[in-house]
Design a protein around this ligand. Structure first.
Ligand SMILES: Cc1cc2nc3c(=O)[nH]c(=O)nc-3n(C[C@H](O)[C@H](O)[C@H](O)COP(=O)(O)OP(=O)(O)OC[C@H]3O[C@@H](n4cnc5c(N)ncnc54)[C@H](O)[C@@H]3O)c2cc1C
Length: 480
């Protein structure tokens, strides 16, 4: 290890060695080539690097990391760059390199007897879903960015999405990992085992670590039976409390066939209809809240239609819901899902929002939304409501949208104050300030504020043990 402290510009000699280690065509240096890697999709995170490296093999990743360890150079791992917390953007001091996994993109093996697939970190999520489908299996992780996010990023953020209710998040879908550690050594933990109690489960340490402990280069993922029957319903109802009651009602009748259960506020839908072309209100009557629900099973096509219709009729009778629409075709179901997936775009079209990706116990969701709405109405008059999320996981994206009389600078200025108001309520209800997007740079201060000091100390000890010189994604997840 050199004496170069993290945060100082990179020496020319090290740049030359890194360029060579990344292999032919593996280094980008021109600012016009590196710029897209340095910017976030949302929220204005932006830095600068002298090099973006795109190695094609695990051995090349290890070589790059070894040089960085020797020279004290910060490494920012990057997958599809769709993260929402500034985790994959560098700082602006030219002291770091970005290590992009985009060319580490091979599907190494599929074992249909073991129901597993081995993929490299840079394989795009959608490509993993398609590979599973080709062998009549399901890879159930599903989220709005699935056409560009990569498996390494999904693992490093422990991604969630719309099917966590039934299949769990990324943590539940990973059986084994290959990781380049911060000293450049390679841990081959690509075990395709469902039971393995031979010591600490080290893969779990890297899942959700946001690139601060090592670079995931490949993974063994679980595959599941491909559903053969599915139904989608769009349901209008009065309140978040009604949505939670409906979830209980549906679970009692339809059990594990419920694969997604998404809450959408009318105000979020209004922003979508006003700001993003190509969508229309699925119902003629307006309802204050909606649930987008999906059922899947291994039964014959159409076999879930009658049980769903019966369960909805019983919900109407109990006055849990106001109206329901069953998608008549796959195309109509896809249209409904596109509405859910376009809600991020809707907030941008409306002038930007202050995002909160929070979770509370399912039993406290209604309480959380009511308290947060009231607190913000008092603190920031004119703030427009925008709440939606994964009810079954207690995960709400509570993203109030800029009041019409604020400009973008005022929105940025108010972010910390609004965050504190919302997160204080979350903490009071026993919730988490980051349910699925992670900490990155955007939640650093909030993590320090809300996490128990004992827990922060454990996290720092782990970081020091694996990355004593602090080269892996410096200043992300934990304060530098
Ligand atoms: C429209 C939209 C919808 C979204 N919906 C959801 C959703 O429903 N659920 C959800 O959980 N997220 C969602 N996200 C957030 C994002 O897509 C996920 O966090 C995704 O898992 C990030 O993958 P990525 O490849 O883009 O990672 P990046 O953004 O490139 O990186 C994310 C973090 O992981 C680290 N990292 C990346 N690759 C590696 C690696 N190989 N080894 C070590 N560290 C690495 C980075 O340093 C960074 O800290 C959404 C984003 C968008 C834009």
């Amino acid at each position: 290890m050199s004496s170069n402290p993290i945060g100082t510009p990179i020496a020319a000699g090290a740049i030359e060695r890194l360029r060579a280690a990344a292999g032919p065509g593996g280094a980008l240096e021109d600012p016009s080539d590196t710029a897209p890697y340095c910017k976030s999709f949302r929220d204005g995170w932006e830095g600068r690097v002298p090099l973006v490296l795109r190695p094609q093999t695990t051995a090349a990743v290890a070589d790059v990391v070894r040089i960085c360890a020797e020279a004290g150079i910060g490494v920012v791992p990057q997958g599809g760059n769709t993260g929402l917390t500034g985790g994959s953007q560098p700082h602006a001091d030219m002291s770091e390199i970005i290590l992009s996994t985009s060319r580490l993109n091979q599907i190494r093996a599929i074992d249909i007897v073991n129901d597993t697939i081995v993929v490299e970190a840079g394989v795009v999520l959608k490509a993993v879903q398609s590979a599973a489908e080709r062998v009549d299996r399901l890879f159930p992780l599903s989220l709005g960015a699935e056409g560009s996010c990569q498996i390494g990023g999904n693992i490093s953020t422990n991604a969630g999405g719309v099917q966590v209710l039934r299949y769990g998040n990324m943590r539940n879908l990973v059986l084994g990992l290959e990781v380049v550690l911060p000293d450049g050594s390679v841990w081959n933990g690509l075990r395709a085992l469902r039971k393995d109690n031979a010591g600490y489960d080290m893969k779990q340490v890297f899942i959700g670590a946001e690139g601060t402990l090592g670079i995931v280069t490949a993974a063994v993922l679980r595959l599941l039976p491909k559903p053969t029957a599915s139904e989608t319903a769009w349901i209008g109802l009065a309140s978040p409390a009604a949505a939670v009651a409906l979830l209980g009602h549906m679970r009692a009748r339809l059990g594990e066939t419920i694969s997604a259960f998404e809450l959408i506020g009318r105000s979020a839908l209004d922003l979508l209809l006003a700001g993003v072309p190509g969508h229309e209100d699925p119902m003629s009557q307006v309802h204050p809240w909606y649930v987008l629900m999906e059922l899947t099973s291994q039964g014959v096509a159409g076999s879930l239609n009658a049980p769903l219709a019966d369960a909805l009729a019983a919900a109407l009778e109990r006055e849990l819901i106001g109206d329901a629409l069953l998608a008549a075709s796959g195309a109509q179901a896809a249209k409904l899902w596109r509405m859910r997936e376009s809600l991020v775009e809707a907030q941008q079209a409306a002038g930007g929002s202050i995002a909160h990706d929070v979770s509370v116990p399912v039993s406290r969701i209604a309480d959380f939304i009511a308290r947060a709405d009231a607190a913000l109405a008092a603190a920031c008059p004119g703030m427009r409501h925008c709440a939606f999320g994964h009810v079954g996981d207690g995960n709400i994206h509570y993203n109030p949208v800029r009041p019409l009389d604020w400009n973008a600078a005022r929105l940025r200025q108010e972010r910390a104050r609004v965050n504190r108001i919302v997160h204080d309520i979350v903490a009071d209800l026993g919730g988490s300030i980051s349910a699925e997007h992670g900490v990155g740079q955007s939640r650093l201060e909030e993590l320090e504020h809300y996490k128990q000091s004992v827990e922060l100390d454990m996290m720092r000890s782990l970081k020091r043990a694996l990355d004593p010189h602090g080269i892996m994604n410096p200043g992300k997840l934990l304060v530098r």
